[in-house]
Design a protein around this ligand. Structure first.
Ligand code: 6PG
Length: 472
């Protein structure tokens, strides 16, 4: 009897859920689907999912009963309360050992909580990041599962068939316990924010300083992408040559310069701060979106202050810009990998960072040519201090950092904000500074708050009586 039942279910029939179901159906899996509003399910099974191994169900009970045991159910619903709501509604129909996979961008602390609650009830839970947008969901995303390892073993074949395929294997692996999957996806998104911002700043320099047209920029990004082989660069050059249907203008000129965000980038930064990890390029990218969104204030302030005069740059500047984008992109990955390395120890995820890089090689939004050397670097040395000093990237840094420095110093004179490019350089300069002015900070702290300091010449904790407290 069970054999006639379906292999897996997808709950949530927005485009990501639909595409994931279609992807699974195309791999010969039998898929049940459900959506809170039945109309959506009905339309999907009658149209896009017709003859595709996909069965519509119209109650959660029907959905659960349509599945082989242990049941495997993927939630593709909005992160936050909707995930808790669906789990609660599902629970009465589930048996011990059944498996829930949350495929949304859930906050990792929510995933830990859900894991614990479900574990107590005998339900197995996999918090799973899925990257690749609508296209990826349909043709092969990067899948980042974490949580119950025995549950992973049960769904391994399904996820491997569904994921993007590379010569190094399918873009999925069991990442680790608890919220490790959603944590890895969160950091993936932090890196995504940074690379997007670095490309956007480069575009801003091209239009404001080099006075290039979107079409010209498109050609340049296309050429540069021969080095990056990056999905984000690829969509950039496609966007830049795209014309708005209504006006015939380049569409990028028609779109309002006010960026939105759903939270994953911000969570990366918040958590990095909690873990005492510096990820300034990612941080700057989050801040840049926030600042962009106060368009009215920017207009008011921009009316008061003039932008600096035009600049004269020689022809080699565009090559410096090419190197600046290249090397700062590697810095974005370096920051993200560092955060993962520390979080893995702190939260007991036991992540294999070379495997993380491997499953990002294809399918996901940050896929690029850099993932293979990142994978190699962490394979050779899982405790690598920083990608910046890996054999894979050392010569790139030696060659290209001077050009990042050239770009940042020149563009600062033009008054164009380049928060991520300059933060990437500051990150590099900070990390490679044997001497920083933190000695003075320590003295200041000790002066006003008796916070003590350490000395260079002997061990111990010291305090100076800076002021005569009786005479203040
Ligand atoms: C992915 C993306 C995706 C993310 C969107 C929107 O890997 O497919 O990261 O999961 O939700 O890109 O994110 P923002 O609205 O925060 O930009």
């Amino acid at each position: 009897m069970d054999q006639q039942k379906n292999d897996i279910a997808v709950i949530g029939m927005a485009v990501m859920g639909q595409n994931l179901a279609l992807n699974m159906g195309s791999k010969g899996l039998k898929v049940s689907v459900y959506n809170r509003t039945s109309e959506k399910t009905k339309r999907f099974v009658e149209e896009r999912a017709k003859n595709k191994n996909i069965q519509g169900t119209y109650s959660l009970e029907e959905l659960v009963n349509s599945l082989k045991t242990p049941r495997k159910i993927i939630l593709m619903v909005k992160a936050g309360k909707p995930v808790d709501d669906v789990i609660e509604e599902l629970l009465p129909y589930l048996n011990k050992e059944d498996i829930i996979i949350d495929g949304g961008n859930s906050y990792y602390k929510d995933t830990d909580r859900r894991y614990e609650e479900l574990h107590k009830k005998g339900i197995r839970f996999l918090g799973t990041g899925i990257s690749g947008g609508e296209y990826g969901a349909l043709h092969g995303p990067s899948i980042m599962p974490g949580g119950d390892e025995s549950a992973y073993e049960e769904v391994k074949n399904i996820l491997e068939a569904t994921a993007a395929q590379t010569e190094d294997g399918p873009c999925v692996t069991y990442l680790g316990p608890k919220s490790s999957g959603h944590y890895v996806k969160m950091v993936h998104n932090g890196i995504e924010y940074a690379i997007m911002e670095l490309i956007a700043e480069t575009y801003d320099i091209m239009r404001k300083v080099l006075k290039m047209t979107p079409q010209d920029m498109s050609k340049v990004f296309k050429e540069w992408n021969e080095d990056h082989k990056s999905y984000l660069m690829e969509i950039t050059y496609k966007i830049l040559e795209w014309k708005d249907e209504e006006t015939g203008q380049p569409i990028v000129d028609v779109i309002l310069d006010s960026a939105k965000q759903k939270g994953t980038g911000k969570w990366s930064v918040q958590d990095a701060l909690d873990l005492n990890i510096s990820i300034p390029t990612i941080n700057a990218a989050v801040n840049a979106r926030t600042l962009s969104s106060i368009k009215d204030e920017r207009i008011r302030i921009g009316e008061i202050y003039e932008t600096p005069t035009e600049m004269n740059l020689d022809e080699s500047f565009i090559n410096s810009l090419r190197d600046a984008l290249y090397i700062s992109t590697i810095i974005a990955y370096a920051e993200g990998m560092k955060l993962l390395q520390v979080a893995s120890k702190e939260y007991g995820y036991n992540l294999d960072l070379s495997e993380v890089a491997r499953i990002w090689e294809d399918g996901c939004i940050i896929r690029s040519t850099f993932l293979k050397p990142i994978q190699r670097a962490f394979k050779k040395d899982p405790n690598l201090v920083n990608l910046i000093i890996s054999d894979e990237f050392k010569s790139d840094f030696k060659k290209k950092i001077p050009n990042l420095r050239e770009v940042v110093s020149q563009i600062k004179k033009a008054g164009i904000p380049i928060p991520s490019l300059s933060s990437a350089l500051d990150y590099f300069d900070g990390l490679s500074s044997k001497e920083l002015p933190a000695n003075l900070i320590q003295a200041q702290r000790d002066y006003f708050g008796a916070h003590t300091y350490e000395r260079r010449d002997k061990e111990g904790i010291f305090h100076t009586e800076w002021q005569d407290i009786h005479n203040i």
